[in-house]
Design a protein around this ligand. Structure first.
Ligand SMILES: Cc1cc2nc3c(=O)[nH]c(=O)nc-3n(C[C@H](O)[C@H](O)[C@H](O)COP(=O)(O)OP(=O)(O)OC[C@H]3O[C@@H](n4cnc5c(N)ncnc54)[C@H](O)[C@@H]3O)c2cc1C
Length: 511
């Protein structure tokens, strides 16, 4: 059979969409729902993994659960009367997000195994060129919901590459590796470690926990949601709303102490000291676990099981931190040696160096990473000067210390939808914040930040840039952020009109 002549490879035409959303966690799925509700159906959700869920797909470590009550840590537009626990576990949260994708008709928009490798603003056409591992798109607007805690960070420890045992990060748990009877080193003592440690301690032969800084730990009021409560929330949805409103109010009331009056946290710190004293009898271990900074400065951990697990006979807390790996020997910063068969890193994520920043190129071809060399900055946590029609969901300074991130996500989605509908209403192609508006917003924000416990509490946390600037957290209540993102104020923006009409190749998803 004659073979057909080889044709030179033609560049594939890009499909044009109105909006390209990056990521399918709470942020990306929420964006999909809100776009559809606003009548915008011409969009794709580009996801590098093979399913939705983001954080709740990737973090499947033993004991993984939310630390904000489920009835608040969920979308306001998708209440779930079936939450099984007050702090539900990862499989239930992941299943919830799968249901959101189904219920709100997001499946036709989702493109899995599609990693965005470049987002480049085309000044001529006034749209974004979106390059991925599975094709390219052009888009009028891009929503970056690539996640604040999506790319694991493993510290550069000398000798780690030659460790003969198993090594993995908490967010990439290796379920094929059985920890039973093994000597396991847990590096890090943050929120993930506090859930992992009590889950694996009974199973392993030896658990060595490498701690740089101890966390303040408060008891967690976790319990099963009774069948009667579930029935009530399903039969009378107002009861679920009331529960959510109560949880919300309790957390909003705490904000003032974090952002304006850190001294008011003294009482909470006393509760945490008592919690430690009750759980840990050994004075030496207690001393290792007592923080030397004010409560709230680093994320407060909620756990009833963490201290008892650390006090168990097969557990050891190494307060000097991990300095070097020599074969199967882990050497702490004081020179102490510890044998291990496996190392689990609970060392967090690339946060202040948001990885998507390396892949976004705005006006004049400048990358977002270059733009943010001095620290991440945006207007209202959402838009960046020089990067028209790029909208962040969980952008700079939108993180929370003590409340549900879904509240912030929904505020940013209000802002996004208002921006897109405003663009249509005024016949504009794109908007970008003025440099002045962005500067003013950040000056005011950092002024407020200077009084917060995150700045004054005497700790070094993952919220801070190397120079100590906090570019991660929102220094206010979620209500004030909701107000700040209710509407786009065009006085803060430059309006861009497309110079020449651009032909649309095809519409991906019909209305
Ligand atoms: C273990 C853990 C527990 C947490 N618990 C809580 C809690 O109790 N309460 C709370 O408020 N917050 C909690 N958080 C914070 C949590 O990250 C947010 O609440 C929320 O889930 C973030 O959603 P997101 O959609 O913005 O990001 P993610 O859920 O991280 O989703 C981002 C998605 O973008 C995809 N992506 C990234 N880059 C690309 C690319 N280049 N191309 C294509 N796709 C890409 C990722 O694969 C991912 O699916 C927790 C975080 C962790 C890690």
């Amino acid at each position: 059979m004659a073979s057909s002549p080889k044709r030179p490879k033609q560049p594939q035409p890009s499909t044009h969409v109105r909006v390209a959303v990056v990521g399918s966690g709470f942020g990306g799925l929420g964006a999909g729902v809100r776009l559809r509700r606003a009548g915008i159906t011409d969009f794709v959700i580009l996801e590098r993994a093979d399913s939705v869920g983001g954080t709740w797909r990737d973090n499947s470590y033993p004991g993984c659960a939310c630390d904000v009550p489920s009835h608040l840590y969920s979308f306001s537009f998708a209440p779930n009367p079936e939450w099984p626990r007050s702090f539900s576990r990862q499989p239930d949260i992941r299943a919830y997000l799968e249901r959101v994708a189904d219920t709100f008709g997001l499946r036709p928009h989702l493109r899995f195994n599609t990693e965005v490798t470049e987002l480049r603003w085309d000044q001529q056409a006034a749209h974004w060129r979106v390059t991925t591992t599975a094709g390219s798109w052009t888009a009028d607007a891009v929503v970056s919901a690539a996640g604040p805690l999506a790319d694991p960070q493993i510290p550069d420890i000398p000798g780690l590459a030659d460790f003969p045992g198993k090594v993995f990060h908490s967010s990439r748990w290796d379920h094929d590796f059985d920890l039973t009877g093994k000597r396991v080193a847990m590096v890090g003592t943050g929120a993930s470690a506090a859930q992992i440690v009590p889950s694996i301690q009974p199973q392993v032969a030896k658990l060595t926990v490498f701690q740089r800084t101890p966390a303040w730990v408060l008891p967690r009021a976790d319990r099963e949601i009774s069948a009667a409560e579930k029935w009530l929330h399903a039969a009378i949805p107002a009861t679920g709303k009331l529960r959510r409103a109560t949880l919300f109010a309790l957390r909003e009331l705490q904000v003032d102490a974090f952002v304006r009056r850190p001294g008011a946290l003294k009482l909470v710190q006393r509760l945490a000291v008592r919690n430690l004293e009750q759980a840990v009898a050994d004075p030496q271990l207690r001393a290792k676990l007592t923080p030397d900074y004010r409560i709230g400065c680093k994320r407060i951990l909620l756990s009833n099981a963490y201290y008892p697990a650390l006090a168990a006979p097969n557990a050891e807390v190494v307060a000097a931190g991990l300095a070097e790996v020599r074969g199967s020997t882990l050497v702490d910063a004081d020179g102490g040696e510890h044998e291990a068969d496996a190392i689990v890193f609970g060392t967090g994520f690339h946060v202040t160096d948001m990885p998507i920043g390396e892949r976004v190129f705005g006006i004049d071809g400048r990358s977002l990473a270059q733009e943010w060399k001095g620290g991440m900055e945006a207007l209202r946590g959402s838009t960046v000067h020089g990067f028209p029609n790029l909208f962040f969901v969980i952008g700079p300074n939108t993180g929370l210390g003590n409340n549900s991130m879904i509240l912030m996500i929904e505020s940013q989605l209000n802002y996004l939808v208002d921006a897109l509908t405003t663009l249509s209403a005024i016949g504009a192609t794109a908007i970008q914040p003025t440099a002045r508006a962005q500067r003013r917003w950040n000056l005011e924000l950092q002024h407020r930040m200077s009084r917060t416990v995150w700045t004054t509490g005497g700790c070094k946390s993952w919220y801070l840039e190397a120079d100590g600037k906090n570019t991660v957290l929102w220094p206010g209540s979620t209500t004030s952020f909701r107000r700040a993102t209710r509407r786009v104020d065009l006085a803060e923006y430059e309006i861009i009109k497309r110079p020449v009409p651009v032909a649309t190749v095809s519409q991906e998803v019909p209305a």
